[in-house]
Write a protein that binds this ligand. Sequence first.
Ligand code: SF4
Length: 383
Amino acid sequence: MRDANPFVEWVVKVAQPCNLACDHCYVYELRDRTWQRKPSAMATATADRLAARIAEHARRHALRRVRVTLHGGEPLIAGPARIEHLLSVLRQELRGTADCDISVQSNATLLNPQWMELFRRHGVSVGVSLDGGREANDRHRRARNGRSSYDAVRRGLELLRRPENKALFAGLLCTIDISSPPLEVFESLLGHAPPAVNFLLPHATWEHPPPGHDPDRTPYANWLLAVFERWYTAPRQETRIRLFEDLMDLALGGDVRSESVGLAETDFLVVESDGTIELSDSLKATRDGAAATGLDIFAHDFDAVARHPVVADARRGGLSALADVCRDCEVVRLCGGGVRAHRFHPRTGFANPSVYCADLRVLTTRIRDRVVADAADLLGTAS
Ligand code: SF4
């Protein structure tokens, strides 16, 4: 049997709880309940084992660079002592083996100068989840007591934009709500001067379609294309948008590493606060326990994880992982059937096109046609 490709990224649940109660959160508000049985923060012994396992995997596969994303819940709830311990053991274990890009995905409400000092010392970049301006953000991203989170996030972002921290600002992650005007949302995000913005489709399945789902109107494609047009035609680049850049690369024949588009194999794993190993969090939108593998970092190295049939099946890339209708689709190389979780139907499992199929078809076709035509014009001008 061919050896499975190595993993290069680990999403680490350093804390399970969150101080917000976002209604679109795929960890707490959808089908999965496994978080209720996990420790609220990762113990130092678990962090030690995780760092040793990642270094072991990097050595075996001669990886020169790995990525670790600190995630939650809200990762900062783990507290500075636990986070600093994990950062130190990661650097220590990987020294001389591989470079380690470490980032934290936070709601930014708990960021303070002490956190930023720690992140500067360990070179940790910070990505912030924000859904737009005050109104758009507070429609979904509220505190447990129902109060607005916007001012706390804004304070966190102001801290991140200070000259001494600016280099650590990784960007903003925005979950789309089609009832918020796309350009208003985008302009609000740009107001924080993010180096990058990424847009997420709300997690949904054929059993639980997204709000406003309508294949005849493709509301998600329309929303994204409004932003694309504004971004693509701006006189100078204001920020990077990963989804669009990935689709443009794919349209021009490139390969991208993405869970959302393209045909690449999945190259990341999730490690929970108790050391159990899970598949992508997005699968939590499908059913309780859907992301679980039954494996953990104490008993299993990451090669054993890669060989496990559940993991091998879930991370499979290429056409063979897709439904017949996707394999025959004109834009399959760009769309890739979308996020795996979005293909789920309780009767047929994942052997379906995405619940966003109509939107993805319009989005990918328009972006492809636009960039291919512009590339042809450029080549024509140059020759
Ligand atoms: S557009 Fe639809 S049919 Fe085509 S690859 Fe994407 S999900 Fe599959």
